[in-house]
Design a protein around this ligand. Structure first.
Ligand code: ADP
Length: 494
């Protein structure tokens, strides 16, 4: 590592360090990369481009801080996490505008929903540690069994750009609550709020080395982190190909991995469903410009209501306002980068060439600039075609019809994914029958996106490995231990 000069950026009026946060201090790399805003494709920050040296330094700092943090009483760990949450709330507007400038997601969502939930992530896992993580005890022929959750060591967290701070703190909060120390590698497209969070942890009084941030490209710094023998856990949210690389790298040390990956989730609408609600929820699948892993992007509509559903969907979707995500009246902002928009457009153009018909959308909105992809709905896609089976991660939905429950289930389960399912029906028996047959980590019935951190979250099949939330998070970050004691052999009193 070098002693290269540190670099401070001013983003939307907020000072954001462009450097790593390792062992409680800022560290610069000799090489840097530009961070570009998707709103206008302007460079907004210069970021240290980490590599193996910075990865090793961060893991070493986290390893050195681990024994003391693991030995810190749970109530004290919880107090510090609540203090972090307080500071997130105090700086909520700064975090919101910096995130919007960095990834193009709506300022309205960041202010009202996302950043308050970032604070809640810390509060929830702090409280869960103290109040809800029960340590079961039971007797076996006079022996006492006691289950405990021992922190495992250094957790490497690798996170994506679609909801940067939200998704990172789903991992950071339980890892820290567990007593693990953390090395976070945010996505290179969206490095900024992770850097602000590093400042917040320092201001909250978190000891040096407990939380570290290494910036850089996945294949450079990410790969060095996942292959480090001093790492006890790897939690990753991102794409299936990257998960394969991480699993391969982690295999050398048998490091346990938690993966939250892509989806191609179905939204099934039966003729007996509340049509208003189904249409409103279907249009909501364009949220975050379609960059939501959970989105129900395959609309499967019972044939008898197809025409009415389609007409109402098109009417409602056409009223969405696309534009500057900093404008609080905007419904859809830009996609994250030019490279990503080109990828989305590739899917769309191949679908059209394959015979699918775009009822709305079908290309970027050139008047707004390059990165605003118009909300798109395809009908008449060929069964088995790419647009029906692969994750686009943009504002692109497809509509297909079915006639029977069996057909709906077969279509819904007909991809390699199993992240979420959305089911609209007025019949509770049907909901139970169909729901039981769907392969999905999360199933929403007559609703969408309701999330409670007590619930398990994750994907089946290629959508993921493991679950996050509540006890599932603690199970992952900890070495769960059972102590079996013969109670009759004590030779001294307590
Ligand atoms: P996307 O294709 O949506 O950008 P990725 O899976 O490539 O998703 O990226 C998600 C995260 O994984 C980012 O933080 C990225 O830097 C990181 N990453 C990419 N490649 C690797 C790798 N080989 N090893 C570790 N992390 C990686």
């Amino acid at each position: 590592m070098s002693s290269t000069t540190l670099h401070m950026n001013t983003v939307a009026g907020v000072e954001v360090s462009g450097d790593h946060w390792i062992g409680g201090r800022r560290v610069a790399s000799p090489e840097r990369f530009d961070d570009v805003s998707p709103i206008d494709e302007q460079v907004i920050a210069s970021i240290s481009r980490g590599g193996p040296a910075e990865a090793a330094a961060a893991v070493a700092a986290a390893k050195a801080a681990f024994p003391a943090w693991a030995a810190t009483p749970p109530a004290e760990r919880a107090r510090l996490l609540h203090r972090i949450a307080d500071l997130v709330e105090e700086r909520l507007e700064q975090l919101a505008i910096v995130e919007t400038t960095d990834n193009g997601a709506l300022l309205r969502s960041h202010l009202r929903g996302v950043m308050p939930r970032v604070a809640h992530n810390f509060r929830f896992f702090a409280d869960y540690l103290v109040n809800d993580l029960h340590h079961p005890e039971f007797e076996t022929r006079g022996h006492r069994n006691h289950v405990s959750w021992d922190p495992s060591g250094v957790a490497v967290l690798i996170t994506p750009w679609n909801a940067p701070l939200m998704l990172a703190t789903w991992k950071i909060a339980p890892a820290l609550a567990s007593g693990c120390t953390v090395v976070l590698k945010p996505a290179e497209w969206t490095p900024l709020t992770a850097s602000l969070l590093a400042d917040i942890t320092a201001d909250a009084g978190l000891p040096a080395g407990v939380f570290n941030v290494v910036q850089g490209y996945g294949e450079e710094v990410g790969d060095a982190l996942t292959g480090d023998p001093d790492v006890s856990r790897i939690s990753f949210t991102g794409s299936v190909p990257t998960a394969r690389l991480i699993a391969r790298s982690a295999a050398a040390n048998l490091t346990p991995c938690s993966f939250e990956l892509g989806g191609k989730s179905p939204m099934i609408v039966f003729a007996d469903a509340d049509m208003d609600s189904a249409v409103a929820n279907a249009v909501e699948q364009y949220d975050n410009a379609g960059q939501v892993c959970l989105a129900g992007v395959r609309l499967l509509v019972q044939d008898s209501i197809r025409d009415e559903f389609l007409a109402r969907f098109v009417e409602r979707a056409s009223s969405l306002r696309q534009g500057d995500p900093r404008d609080l009246t905007t419904d859809i902002g830009p996609n994250v980068s030019r490279e990503h928009v080109d990828r989305i457009d590739g899917f769309v153009q191949r679908a059209i060439a394959d015979g699918a018909r775009a009822v709305i959308g079908g290309g970027p909105d050139v008047d707004l600039g390059g990165l605003f992809y118009r909300p798109t709905l395809f009908v008449d896609a060929q069964p088995g075609s790419e647009i029906l089976t692969e994750e686009v991660f943009g504002p692109v939905l497809t509509l297909q019809t079915f006639s029977t429950e069996e057909e709906a289930v077969a279509m819904a389960n007909g991809t390699e994914f199993g992240l979420a399912g959305v089911l609209f029906t007025g019949d509770p028996d049907r909901a139970e029958r169909v729901g039981a047959q769907l392969v999905a980590g999360t199933l929403w019935v007559n609703c969408f996106f309701v999330r409670d951190l007590r619930a398990p979250f994750g994907g089946s099949r290629h959508s993921g490995v493991g679950r996050e939330g509540g006890t599932w998070s603690f199970d992952f970050y900890c070495d769960v231990k059972n102590t079996c004691t013969n109670q009759d052999r004590w030779t001294t009193g307590r």
